[in-house]
Ligand binder design. Structure first.
Ligand SMILES: [Zn+2]
Ligand SMILES: [Zn+2]
Ligand SMILES: [Zn+2]
Ligand SMILES: [Zn+2]
Length: 102
């Protein structure tokens, strides 16, 4: 993986701030400064791709939900059908909530 050249101007036309640690939007893949990297701040046209990628973590399930559905036990994302610890390979359910180690 190649690193970008040292410093890159923010892609937001009104900003163009030269940042030594430019941030890349993971949806539209453009470079922004820290202030503009969030989807809303640069009116990201590709953010919907990310918003709709709350993919179910259960093997073999291709279901995606519009909002994240996190299992409270293992903190992974699932579809509504698999959200319950008994309905997926839950890594947290078997463990005691409080570690007794030590
Ligand atoms: Zn900026
Ligand atoms: Zn973007
Ligand atoms: Zn599922
Ligand atoms: Zn779980």
């Amino acid at each position: 993986m190649e690193l970008p050249d040292l410093g890159a101007p923010c892609s937001e036309a009104a900003c163009r701030r030269l940042d030594f640690l430019p941030l890349k939007c993971d949806a539209c893949e453009r470079i922004f400064c820290a202030d503009h990297v969030s989807y809303a701040r640069h009116r990201c046209t590709s953010a919907y791709k990310k918003i709709f990628t709350n993919k179910c973590g259960q093997a073999g399930c291709r279901q995606r939900e519009m909002m994240p559905v996190l299992c409270e036990q293992c903190r992974r994302n699932f579809c509504l059908k698999h959200r319950h610890p008994l309905d997926h390979d839950c890594a947290g359910a078997a463990r005691a909530p409080v570690s007794r180690a030590g």
